[in-house]
Design a binder for this molecule. Structure first.
Ligand SMILES: Nc1nc2c(ncn2[C@@H]2O[C@H](COP(=O)(O)OP(=O)(O)O)[C@@H](O)[C@H]2O)c(=O)[nH]1
Ligand SMILES: Nc1ncnc2c1ncn2[C@@H]1O[C@H](COP(=O)(O)OP(=O)(O)O)[C@@H](O)[C@H]1O
Length: 177
């Protein structure tokens, strides 16, 4: 499981890793957040309405879910279990609250925290991505303070200075290489 503050580079690292190792399966989450330009339904997320999210939760279809910066996000349970049973390396990219839930239900899961080289660099990356309004950026930076403080809860911390290095370290932790 990979967690870390918004803008630290999780998606970038995972995309780089999967380009070279497509055998790593990345869970596609359901979210009530609106798609960013270029994001596709079923690829980056399953973009769902509030009602649809209510149903997924009520029917027990999510392994975990959380509200993050005003939107809900959850991991579809069935696909994760199928891939684990098939022996495929599974990666979840989820927030701190989700990571805590998975740790409780799957104690064997490995929790990896992706940290920024500095607070200033995190702000620079999140702002530089240009996908969020200043209000949303503030909200995400507020959440980032809590996430950075929870770093000791994780099994491993990787500092995202070089995307290539972090991708390699993550693969090694997953025993893929
Ligand atoms: N708990 C949980 N968090 C998720 C899930 N999918 C994504 N997230 C997290 O939600 C947060 C916001 O994701 P997103 O809106 O895509 O923004 P980004 O992380 O800045 O690219 C990030 O911390 C994600 O890791 C999920 O299924 N469950
Ligand atoms: N190691 C890095 N060095 C410099 N910029 C990076 C690095 N990793 C990611 N970025 C940039 O930071 C921004 C946020 O990355 P992104 O992968 O969207 O973060 P997250 O998925 O954690 O929210 C993007 O513009 C990305 O190109």
């Amino acid at each position: 499981m990979l967690s870390g503050p918004s803008g630290v580079g999780k998606s970038t690292v995972v995309a780089h890793m999967r380009k070279e190792h497509p055998e790593v399966w990345l869970s596609v989450s359901a979210t009530t957040r609106k798609p960013r330009p270029g994001e596709r339904h079923g690829v980056h997320y399953f973009f769902v309405t509030d009602d649809e999210m209510d149903k997924l939760i009520a029917n027990g279809e999510l392994l975990e879910w959380a509200e993050f910066a005003g939107n809900r996000y959850g991991t579809p349970r069935a696909a994760v279990l199928e891939h684990l049973e098939a022996g495929v390396p599974v990666l979840l990219e989820i927030d701190l609250q989700g990571a805590r839930q998975v740790r409780a239900s799957m104690p064997e899961a490995q929790l990896v925290f992706l940290a920024p080289p500095s607070w200033e660099e995190l702000v620079r990356r999140l702002t530089g991505r240009g996908t969020e309004s200043p209000e949303v950026i503030d909200r995400r930076l507020e959440a980032a303070k809590t996430e950075l403080a929870a770093e000791p809860e994780f099994d491993e911390t990787l500092v995202n200075t070089s995307v290539e290095d972090v991708a390699r370290e993550l693969l090694a932790l997953m025993n893929v290489v």
